[in-house]
Design a protein around this ligand. Structure first.
Ligand SMILES: NC(=O)c1ccc[n+]([C@@H]2O[C@H](COP(=O)([O-])OP(=O)(O)OC[C@H]3O[C@@H](n4cnc5c(N)ncnc54)[C@H](OP(=O)(O)O)[C@@H]3O)[C@@H](O)[C@H]2O)c1
Length: 244
């Protein structure tokens, strides 16, 4: 399988790259980012680093240049983790945040799907607080939550229009822990504003998204409990992966 990963310099994207390089069923991993993506240092002895190709894209708004399209040809799946998180959106113009979270995602899905293999599986990392119902006012960061809900709606609409060539999974993981991102009471309390939110480990999240890309989409929206169920079967067969 040829896998495209966006947001590959980030917390979740780095873990997707790390697991992809260890997974023998993945023959090619394209890290699409605005800067060069290097091989993760904690890849482990089973990582086949020759499978990683870093492709730099500087303009995410316009049609992708031919040399980028060339690298995306024949993709089977994409794990999309590129976004500006609520924490990093502080101090930025909302329009700029929306451009990255919404416009880049929709453009990316269209661009990659246009040259991908069929079926093309698009796994979109969202957040539990995303609100699809635009008549509701979320209690915390309402503009951001509604905007992430609009991205989900747009991605699902595109999947319906492009079916069966394109399949989509929206991943609502809740709180994610991992190296440099400890499980803390403070973060738990922030997420509780949106309702009960379980924690998942970033390895579980990444393994689940890879599994959906490899073997097909289980359901169009996956929550923390689904991740728990799916990852147990994946991580059991992927011995090199260890949970901290
Ligand atoms: N972390 C969590 O606890 C958590 C929980 C639930 C859901 N999620 C969701 O998971 C996804 C990934 O989160 P994360 O924690 O991995 O975020 P992150 O560490 O901040 O990574 C974000 C990625 O997006 C890229 N990006 C941001 N702005 C960009 C721009 N203008 N142009 C091109 N690339 C840009 C970053 O690239 P640069 O390095 O070049 O900036 C980076 O690779 C997000 O959708 C987030 O909402 C995260």
């Amino acid at each position: 399988m040829k896998l495209v990963v966006t947001g590959a310099t980030g917390f979740v994207g780095q873990e997707v790259i790390r697991l992809a390089l260890q997974n023998r069923a993945i023959t090619s991993t394209i890290a699409l980012a605005r800067s060069n993506v290097s091989v993760p240092e904690n890849g482990g002895p089973d990582a086949d680093t020759s499978k990683l190709k870093s492709v730099v894209l500087t303009d995410w708004e316009n049609p992708y240049p031919e040399h980028v399209i060339e690298q995306l040809k024949g993709a089977d799946a994409c794990v999309w983790t590129l976004a500006i998180t609520p924490k990093k959106s502080k101090g930025l113009e909302f329009e700029a945040v929306m451009k990255v979270c919404h416009d880049y995602t929709i453009k990316g899905l269209n661009q990659i799907a246009s040259v991908a293999n069929k079926p093309f599986r698009f796994i979109y990392t969202s957040g539990a607080p995303a609100e699809r119902d635009q008549t509701k006012i979320p209690p915390f960061h309402p503009d951001y939550c509604l905007m992430r809900g609009r991205v989900e709606n747009a991605v699902l609409d595109l999947a319906t229009r492009l079916a069966p060539a394109v399949e989509v999974a929206i991943i609502r993981s809740g709180c994610v822990e991992g190296p440099g991102h400890p499980k803390t009471e403070a973060v738990t309390r922030i997420w509780e504003h949106y309702g009960p939110t379980p924690w998942v480990h970033v390895t579980e999240l990444a393994a689940t998204m890879i599994e959906q890309g490899l073997h097909g989409i289980n359901m169009n929206t996956l929550y923390a409990n689904d991740i728990e169920e799916i990852r147990s079967s994946v991580l059991k067969t992927e011995e090199p992966v260890s949970l901290e």
